[in-house]
Ligand binder design. Structure first.
Ligand code: AHM
Ligand code: MG
Length: 333
């Protein structure tokens, strides 16, 4: 059977399902090309001198890696000229990036974390790019942050790339979740998994255990029960995985189920959580829900949150339906 490339997949989505329009198709093609360029830069590593710190801090006060800056530049440059975007915003920049006057403007907004998990880059562990697409609302000045402050339910597309043993692109337009693998010889993405479904039950969890003493009671209770295994109230053993790259942890959950938690903890309570709503939580929540999973802060569905600022942080609990609902239940108790 003929391979379905990303280009063909997108054309067919547009032609048969009228789910996406030409501009959105173009946008995703451009983002996928930028991901390819990032994947190549990462693959060169020390040979191209791209590893290590950039010597700068981002808006969150986190030290930037050279590849954080390079990936951000690649995404900005690739998406400026096409006429499909009104503006972009990135985890690595304080303010949104407006489309320069010399280029036409389009109806979409692009939101991205250019290199998620970049603390892993120097130790050769998988990292990725996360992105989300919104429509630019009419009547709101495009140079204000407010155009971006839309709940996750308004996303028209969400996706992420994983730069691991293979380079993957996971995509949703609100009609299921599909995964494409980069064919490095031909240079294009090929459809390798269609309509991914997250198993409802799991025996695997992902959390940074070193934060245990800072967690709230419902999360403590949940993890204690998992750790008690066969002898505890759950009556079965659980296994733990924590890559510290959300892209890799979420891809594992899409593939074989699991639950991922970056909950609220007392150390970062004033910040609202660790992960960013617009750049990480919303796109991942849309993908997880589209694959039959659940994504919550513990108290609220992530996609229903009305953002109040561009770099807002939230607690994130997502993955296999029955486990995530149990954690949400413990929060209600
Ligand atoms: P980043 O976007 O600055 O890389 O931060 C997000 C990452 C996630 O990919 C990952 O789940 C988490 O931070 C890991 O945090 P920790 O180092 O506290 O375990
Ligand atoms: Mg990130």
């Amino acid at each position: 059977m003929a391979l379905i490339t990303l280009s063909r997949f997108l054309i067919e989505e547009e032609r048969h399902k009228q789910f996406i329009c030409a501009d959105l198709r173009f946008l995703v093609e451009i983002v996928s090309r930028a991901c390819k360029a990032i994947s190549i830069a990462i693959g060169k590593g020390n040979l191209a001198g791209v590893l290590g710190g950039a010597g700068t801090d981002n808006v969150q006060g986190e030290a930037q890696k050279k590849l954080d800056v390079i990936s951000n530049e690649i995404l900005l440059e690739a998406n400026e000229w096409g006429g499909h975007l009104a503006a972009m915003t990135s985890e690595e920049m304080e303010d949104p990036h407006l489309i320069p006057h010399r280029y036409p403007k389009g109806e979409y907004l692009l939101v991205f974390d250019p290199l998620d998990g970049s603390s892993n880059i120097d130790v050769n562990i998988s990292v990725g790019t996360i992105f989300s697409v919104l429509r630019c609302p009419e009547g709101v000045p495009v140079d204000s942050d407010n155009v971006f402050l839309q709940p996750g339910t308004q996303q028209v597309c969400a996706g992420f790339a994983v730069y691991g043993p293979t380079t993957l692109l996971v995509l949703t337009f609100g009609d299921g979740v599909h995964c494409f693998t980069l064919d490095r010889e031909f240079g294009h993405f090929v459809l390798t998994q269609e309509h991914i479904r997250i198993p409802e039950d799991t025996r695997e969890f992902a959390i940074n255990m070193s934060n245990a003493r800072f967690w709230e009671a419902p999360v403590k209770r949940y993890i204690d029960e998992l750790l008690a295994g066969k002898d505890g109230p759950r009556g079965k053993d659980f296994n733990m995985r924590w890559v510290a790259s959300m892209v890799a942890d979420v891809f594992r959950i899409l593939t074989r189920g699991g639950v991922f938690l970056y909950p609220l903890d007392s150390k970062m309570k004033d910040k609202g959580g660790k992960l960013r709503l617009m750049y990480e939580a919303n796109p991942m929540a849309m993908i997880v829900e589209q694959a039959g999973g659940v994504a919550t802060t513990g108290r609220q569905r992530i996609l229903d949150i009305q953002p109040t600022s561009l770099h807002q942080r939230v607690p994130v609990i997502l993955g296999s339906r029955n486990e995530v609902e149990r954690v949400a239940g413990y929060h209600r108790d």
